[in-house]
Design a protein around this ligand. Structure first.
Ligand code: TYD
Length: 209
């Protein structure tokens, strides 16, 4: 089972993935969590270039670097884990590039989708949980937490475009996406996440139940 988790910066993804990992370890399911960009040695270096180095990157270069990290993690980690029968949970995957680079940076959805197919081949998530928050809510959360990597410093306008990009993806992939209301309390968001995954793991109840 391949699960990806998506949302704009500040949607609460990191906390929710931590809570989800606690839940998954109570189930009789072997799982691995990977994060994009990163998750491999080469990928973590690419992450550093993308998010923390002082270089001025053109949007096209940015897109190619995200794709390089993705091509690497798919072959080095995701496919081998899935082949072993493990569940893989990806903290961001191909939809991030469509929303951020395709729509946010205005490079165009089609080109990004074509590059995604090249990078991932058949390795597409079975289910994608999208944690939805309005861009202004996301930005005020980021400012509060003092999150300030290169992309997190973008404007409200940028995050509004990214969110629109996700909305388009959801319309086109209704079967794969589950939308979770990220404005709720952390507990409610987590409960919704568990509920949407429980269908997939229905035969594996938490220990002692
Ligand atoms: P993330 O890991 O969610 O940030 P953090 O560790 O700070 O919570 O994501 C890193 C950033 O990279 C985020 O701003 C979104 C961006 N991103 C893209 O622009 N395109 C992509 O294809 C991916 C995977 C991430």
């Amino acid at each position: 089972m391949f699960i990806s988790i998506e949302g704009i910066d500040g949607c609460g993804k990191t906390t929710q993935i931590k809570l989800l990992a606690e839940y998954m370890s109570q189930l009789d399911v072997e799982f691995t969590i990977v994060r994009e960009p990163g998750g491999t040695k080469a990928g973590e270096e690419i992450r550093d270039i993308l998010l923390h180095k002082e270089y001025h990157l053109y949007s096209e270069s940015e897109l190619l670097l995200f794709m390089a990290a993705r091509a690497q993690i798919v072959r080095e980690v995701i496919r081998p884990e899935l082949e072993k029968g493990k569940t893989v949970i990806a903290d961001r995957f191909m939809d991030s590039s469509v929303a951020y680079q395709g729509v946010g940076r205005r490079l165009g959805r089609e080109i990004v989708q074509a590059m995604n197919s090249f990078a991932v081949g058949e390795t597409v998530p079975d289910i994608t949980l999208y944690i939805d928050v309005p861009a202004d809510v996301a930005i005020s959360r980021m400012r509060k937490e003092r999150k300030n990597d290169k992309i997190e410093m973008e404007s409200l306008d940028f995050f509004e475009r990214v969110r629109k990009g996700y909305e388009k993806l959801i319309c086109e992939n209704r079967k794969r996406f589950v939308v979770i209301d990220g404005k709720q309390s952390e507990e409610r968001v987590q409960a919704d996440i568990r509920k949407s995954l429980s269908v997939l793991f229905d035969e594996k109840k938490p220990n002692g139940r």
